[in-house]
Design a protein around this ligand. Structure first.
Ligand code: ADP
Ligand code: ZN
Length: 735
């Protein structure tokens, strides 16, 4: 968790002639001092124009001037922007995230001002209406329709009039040219329908009612973190919707964070069924115009509910009343590029600076959250049973050492038999394999040469449907070579291991009549395709889904009775300290897709490690014992959440410079009691996009404030030119 409080109180206002710190959304060391102009009064959060070198920039009034520069040499702020100020809580959040992650405040501010032109006043749109005196014009059917329509309607844009009157836009334009219509400026209408807390809803079970009452009572009670812990299908979503309803009744804004929001068609449908409208969305697939309108509408309070990916955390909510982080254990809440931060953890910070409740939701809560519950810092609300009382799916393990498939195949006889039964019964099945493409590796049969990305420490993955080999790290693409690049033998390159496409090939041979779909991120791109995938499965136009992790989460497919995990061991190799926890979470979620309708489900795990603790926990369904064992082991090793980690990643094009910097960092590493520094070591991705990478890892006891130590460490280092040192506080991946 995050350290307690570090906010210094900021003075409220700045008068003409005084000096003030202005933070620019740029990766500068800190705010710059400016003078307040003779007419101006500012408060913290006000958005202003300032001179910067020879250009103009946007900045935010941040607080007391540093006083480092002689006031006589300071330049004046040009003036305020016509836009609402950044809310005080967002100002605090930016400071907090910067201090915690050790990224410059300006780089964090840039995430909060991610749509610069949203700060410009919206351009008035032109509406068209009837002229008060109609000129003589020749009557046509289309013209008459427009005139009749406009008699009753308010001024509207041309396209809307044409659509409503059922004619072409040229007819409307023509009428305007003939002075039958006049143009008026319209203020932008709000396209943000308000969710209705009483629109729909289900009758909650007793357990659900109890949970929803606890959650609803949190609204307007100030900061508190509550975990909803419940098996898949227990109605967690329905329950937290009740807390949303309560916050809506109180006229508060709400933020719901979901991993993979762009693919969450089902969640949106359920929201609509409950509240009557679709919420505002915030994710990387939005058009720029939508992004700008959404940003503004969040700032002025028109948008009531935002469902978003991690970056939604930095939206300028005018009056936030509740945050929900669904699938809180999900690794994709960690941003790994730019400012490296964990959106779930920073959501805790935002809730605290806003003094509002935060609800974390998961069937497999992270060990961090479980530990916070155990320490009494978070409240827990549990939903022990599936709604409707079905049992969780029956789970069994196939020992691939004894009962594996024949060479060159990936499906064991047991799994094949279960698939046969499922299809014969007219039910649906899912095969889970977390590997995109056809084969993860292609090698030469003659010399053993492996096809590797020229820019990364990674094998090229064959994508047969797209007809190329691809690097999953940098996007490099190439055709499958006819000759081995090393020994030049022809026709010797062979695929090694399965990806989802190769699995589909095996299915094609085993079950030629089964309707199969591959669901992987390169096949399902964006909300439309995701919605289509869901429709195909829901309407039973598909018998078998072969999917990667994009189908593991959250989906509810009542017809799906069998889930086969093709390689349950995949996440356990590599030895990262969270590997077991993460594999358990993923497989538990995958298993949770089976048997959600009225027929019982079955889950089959293929593994070479049937005795592994993860398989044991999945088989027994005893998550708490597994968590306890994990937790004890972490505590022994002083690993998170019992110790702190900070990773340094040194990267650059020149390997010698990278090594020199890494060696220097190791030499001057901090050595107070309890602190250890490991490395430098080549990163698992020792080459990424053509950059060489080395890693160092600092570990410290939990009660140590590592930020100051790391900051000082990096400041003292001699960093070679063109070498970058990235700081990753609380690392999640170690690539
Ligand atoms: P979870 O989020 O825990 O996986 P969901 O909220 O998705 O569970 O619920 C699973 C399914 O059961 C959904 O289709 C949901 O609409 C349905 N459901 C849950 N609770 C109820 C209820 N009280 N009445 C009717 N349907 C419910
Ligand atoms: Zn690459």
């Amino acid at each position: 968790m995050i350290a307690e409080k570090s906010e210094t109180p900021k003075p409220l206002s700045f008068d003409p002639g005084s000096t003030v710190a202005v933070l620019l959304p740029l990766p500068l060391a800190g705010p710059y001092d400016y003078l307040v102009g003779p007419q101006d009064h500012y408060r913290v959060g006000d958005i202003v124009n300032v001179p910067l070198g020879s250009r103009r920039a946007t900045g935010v009034i941040w607080g007391q001037a540093s006083g480092d520069v002689d006031p006589k040499k300071l330049r004046s702020i040009d003036g305020p922007r016509e836009t609402p100020p950044l809310p005080p809580a967002l100002v605090k959040l930016v400071d907090w995230v910067a201090a915690y992650t050790l990224y410059p405040q300006g780089a964090v501010l840039r995430m909060a001002l991610s749509v610069p032109d949203a700060l410009d006043p919206p351009k008035p749109t032109k509406g068209y209406t009837l002229a008060s005196v109609l000129p003589e014009i020749r009557s046509t059917k289309a013209r008459d329709k427009v005139l009749a329509f406009l008699k009753e309607a308010p001024p509207l844009p041309i396209a809307d009039i044409a659509r409503e009157a059922g004619c072409g836009a040229s007819v409307v334009k023509g009428l305007f040219d003939m002075d039958a219509l006049i143009a008026v400026n319209m203020t932008a209408t709000s396209d943000w329908p308000v969710p209705d807390p009483d629109f729909g809803g289900v009758t909650l079970s007793d357990d659900q009612k109890r949970a929803s009452e606890i959650l609803s009572s949190l609204v307007q009670q100030g900061f508190k973190v509550t975990l909803i812990d419940g098996v898949p299908g227990s109605g967690k979503t329905e329950v937290y919707f009740e807390a949303l309803a309560r916050a809506l009744q109180k006229n508060k804004q709400i933020l719901v964070m979901l991993p993979e929001i762009a693919l969450s068609a089902q969640w949106l449908e359920r929201f609509e069924a409950r509240f009557g409208v679709i919420p505002a969305m915030w994710h990387s697939e939005l058009t720029h115009a939508k992004r700008r309108d959404t940003w503004r509408a969040v700032a002025n309070g028109d948008v009531r509910v935002v469902v978003g990916a991690r970056s939604a955390l930095f939206l300028p909510f005018a009056d936030l009343g509740l945050i929900v982080v669904d699938e809180e254990h999900d690794g994709s809440f960690k941003q790994e590029e730019g400012v490296i931060y964990h959106a779930r953890d920073m959501a805790v910070v935002r809730a605290r600076v806003e003094d509002i409740p935060l609800v974390l939701v998961s069937a497999t809560p992270s060990l961090e959250t479980v530990t916070n519950v155990a320490r009494g810092r978070y409240e827990e609300v549990s939903l022990p049973a599936r709604h409707g009382g079905q049992d969780l799916a029956d789970l069994s393990v196939v020992d691939m050492r004894k009962d594996g498939p024949s060479r060159g195949c990936w499906l064991s006889p047991l799994l094949t038999e279960a698939l046969t039964k499922t299809f014969n019964a007219g039910d649906q099945a899912m095969l889970f394999l977390n590997r995109r493409g056809y084969a993860p590796l292609t090698l030469c049969r003659t010399c053993g040469h492996r096809l590797q990305c020229p820019r990364c420490t990674a094998w090229l993955v064959e994508h047969r449907q797209h007809g190329h080999l691809q690097c999953h790290h940098c996007g490099f693409q190439t055709k499958l070579p006819e000759k081995c690049p090393s020994c030049e033998d022809t026709d010797t390159m062979v695929p090694c291991g399965p990806g989802v496409e190769r699995l589909a090939e095996e299915i094609e041979i085993l079950f030629p009549d089964v309707r199969t779909i591959i669901a992987a991120s390169d096949m399902v791109q964006g909300p439309k395709q995701a919605a289509e995938l869901v429709r195909l499965i829901e309407e039973k136009e598909i018998d078998l889904v072969i999917g990667t992790q994009i189908v593991a989460k959250g989906y509810h497919f009542p017809g799906l009775t069998l889930v086969g995990v093709v390689d349950a061991d995949l996440g356990l190799t590599g030895g990262e300290f969270r590997a077991a926890e993460r594999t358990f979470q993923l497989l538990y979620q995958v298993a949770g897709r089976a048997g959600r309708g009225d027929r019982p489900g079955e889950v089959i795990l293929q593994t070479y490690m049937p005795d592994h603790a993860v398989m044991g926990a999945l088989l027994s369904g005893d998550r708490d014992t597994f968590n306890k064992a994990e937790s004890d082991a972490r505590e022994q090793a002083s690993m998170p959440p019992f110790g702190r980690l900070v990773a340094l990643i040194v990267s650059g094009c020149d390997e010698r410079d990278v090594d020199a910097t890494a060696a220097n960092l190791a030499r001057i590493a901090p050595r107070p009691d309890g602190i250890r520094v490991l490395g430098p070591a080549p990163a698992p991705m020792a080459l990424l996009r053509g950059k060489h990478r080395r890693r160092l890892l600092l570990s410290a006891p939990r009660d140590v404030q590592v930020q100051g130590i790391v900051k000082d460490w990096v400041r003292r280092a001699s960093i070679q030119k063109k070498v970058r040192v990235q700081i990753d506080v609380d690392p999640v991946s170690f690539f």
